[in-house]
Design a protein around this ligand. Structure first.
Ligand SMILES: C[S@@+](CC[C@H](N)C(=O)[O-])C[C@H]1O[C@@H](n2cnc3c(N)ncnc32)[C@H](O)[C@@H]1O
Length: 366
């Protein structure tokens, strides 16, 4: 949602986005903070720092998830650097005020937490960060890029920023605009070319074709893999109050554990499929907790491992990296029922239905 207001109301999909961000950072800080001298949280489109009802913006969420984390006191030798960037002057002023208020409320401020607020366009901030490195590599970084719309997020700049292994990206992708403009042949084309890093979006099926959305989604996903060099990319769809797809968030990493964590958070926000949030359904009472349907996972494992005997670790890595499911879906929810149904065999297994590391699983041939 593009807006001209300095501060705007928090919508349900934004709250869901913040839930994904905050819960993932809960896992990310102790993993990265325990093994690195320095970690960076970059908010390239930080906003005014607060919503109309007083709810925190992404900068405050990132800061408070660290400062309130039970592991924070155990990482006194790790420097946590926060870069909050906002181009609009009024929103930037609001952001600075918010940061000052947070600092004042948390005295004495921990000496290992540094906050930099920047009033730049993301492109110039990115170029400054890269030239400041002088060839050195960027510290492990979580980059949150959350613009309004599709401009000012060129994939070529992102590729240079994220080329170091321990950099993860959580990026907004404005499907609504892609759908409107992709095949229109308009003045918007140069922005879309910069965003995708290719002009293949022009070959998308025409508006109204049910395959159009998947085509554009898959093209961007593939570009994040190919151009930016991410091994694992997972999207999360946000549906607006008109029941139309507004945007996707793409999470990108090279680390299978991080990928499992973010996908697990996505499953918490969407317990039915792990991939989607809808403003239409937000706030509706859930009468019963849906059980995850692991039938598609069962079928995928049968197909992929047909005729093979493989370790539980190999199965789990496949599930995390190549299916929509996560590690916690593997043993109790999928393999145990498969064993009960005598679909798989586990040679040498100590206790039926349990799959500790080292357990082997045999799948029947097709
Ligand atoms: C969706 S809002 C950010 C919301 C914030 N990340 C949050 O979750 O609370 C996008 C922000 O990006 C800012 N913006 C737009 N273009 C920008 C650019 N090129 N560089 C930096 N900031 C920009 C807008 O002024 C707006 O405040």
């Amino acid at each position: 949602m593009a807006t001209t207001e300095t501060i705007w109301p928090l919508e349900p999909h934004t709250a869901a986005k913040h839930q994904l961000l905050g819960q993932y950072l809960d896992a990310w800080y102790p993993i990265l903070g325990s093994f690195n001298k320095r970690v960076v949280f970059l908010d390239g489109f930080a906003g005014p720092g607060i919503y109309a009802g007083g709810e925190p913006g992404s900068p405050e969420i990132a800061l408070s998830r660290l400062l309130d984390h039970s592991a924070f006191q155990r990482m006194p030798n790790t420097e946590f650097v926060f870069v909050f960037n906002e181009r609009d002057k009024e929103r930037f002023d609001s952001l600075e005020n918010r940061v000052a208020t947070i600092r004042a409320s948390r005295q004495p401020w921990p000496s290992n937490v540094r906050v930099h607020t920047k009033n730049e366009s993301f492109v110039s901030l990115g170029e400054q960060m890269l030239s400041g490195l002088n060839g050195k590599s960027l510290a492990p970084t979580f980059a949150f890029l959350d613009p309004f719309g599709y401009k000012d997020v060129p994939i070529e700049l992102i590729q240079r920023l994220v080329k170091y292994r321990r950099i993860e990206l959580f990026i907004y992708w404005d499907y609504n605009s892609m759908n409107r403009f992709s095949t229109a042949g308009t003045a918007v084309d140069p922005h879309l070319e910069a965003l995708f890093g290719t002009d293949e979006f022009k070959s998308a099926p025409p508006a109204g074709d049910p395959k159009r959305k998947q085509f554009l989604h898959d093209l961007y996903q593939q570009q994040l893999r190919d151009v930016c060099g991410f091994d694992y990319v997972q999207s999360f769809e946000m549906v607006n109050a008109d029941n139309r797809t507004g945007y996707y968030l793409f999470f990108c990493t090279r680390d299978l554990t991080g990928f499992d964590r973010m996908k697990s958070v996505m499953w918490k926000v969407d317990p039915i499929g792990g991939r989607r949030f809808s403003d239409v359904l937000a706030g509706k009472t859930v009468l019963f907790q849906e059980e995850v349907d692991t039938a598609p996972l069962r079928a995928e494992l049968m197909e992929h491992f047909a005729g093979q005997t493989v370790s539980i670790q190999e199965i789990t890595n496949f599930v995390i990296g190549h299916t929509p499911y996560v590690s916690t879906h593997v043993k109790r929810k999928t393999l145990a029922p498969m064993q009960k149904d005598e679909v798989i065999a586990c040679p040498g297994q100590k206790t039926r239905g349990q799959f500790p590391d080292g357990t082997l699983v045999s799948f029947p041939a097709r």
